[in-house]
Write a protein that binds this ligand. Sequence first.
Ligand SMILES: N[C@@H](CCC(=O)N[C@@H](CS)C(=O)NCC(=O)O)C(=O)O
Length: 268
Amino acid sequence: MVRPWNHATASWPAARACRRHRALAARAVEPDWTRLRERRPGEPAIIIVHHLNNSRSQRVLWLLEELGLPYEIRFYERDRKTMLAPPELRAVHPLGKSPVITDGPLTVAESGAILEYLVDRYGAGRLKPDAGSADALAYRYFMHYAEGSAMPPLLMKLVFDRLESAPMPFFARPVAKGIAAKVKTGFIAPQINNHLDFLEAELAQRPWFAGADFTAADIQMSFPLEAAAARGGLAADRPRLMDFLQRIHAREAYQRALQRGGPYALMG
Ligand SMILES: N[C@@H](CCC(=O)N[C@@H](CS)C(=O)NCC(=O)O)C(=O)O
């Protein structure tokens, strides 16, 4: 079983790991961005973030602030009843979800892909562990884990919370409430707790998710942890995760992103 979070610890023989990581680093190939098509006349010269209020696009603004890159924001408002994005977002990407960015001729969707694209193309080595290092594997793991594993039970929590208070015929309400309560206590809460226990233990081993330094993986992990603090039961009994939230919220770039993007109700 591959356990990226153990690669730098005693469970992974240090000498073998070093040799292996040096070999991997030597083979690592940086992407060749010059192969992408140049901007055509009239195409916007800077990155445009298609930003939905109270959403994952806060992470993209924050990364752009950390990197000090120029960018423009196009604002989209959720429908107040359904909380869905407005149809105009479909003109940018067929799924009509946020975040999505355009960078000249390119359109990039999916938070993790956007963060990796920006760091790889413009980061000049910043906010990312050295290629081939043990931290690089943890970086990749948490880039995918945030949306692939941590978010699904938190999203289920949101859906089942809403189900309980959704308008419905009075005779259906007790049944709907009963089902929601059963799923929440029997499945969703244990799943969320399992993830939070795992993450609390991770931050006992190192200050940031991908090692000693702050990276874009911490930006990617911010959303599930903010969602967990807002609605998933993350509280003071998990002090390392609460401290992580405090540390990221105190970053100047995070604050600047909030100022530019507007209020963000998920901060918890
Ligand atoms: N896994 C995707 C999720 C994208 C997503 O679901 N975004 C939400 C905002 S946080 C959205 O656009 N919701 C409005 C809608 O689905 O209409 C990502 O990380 O980019």
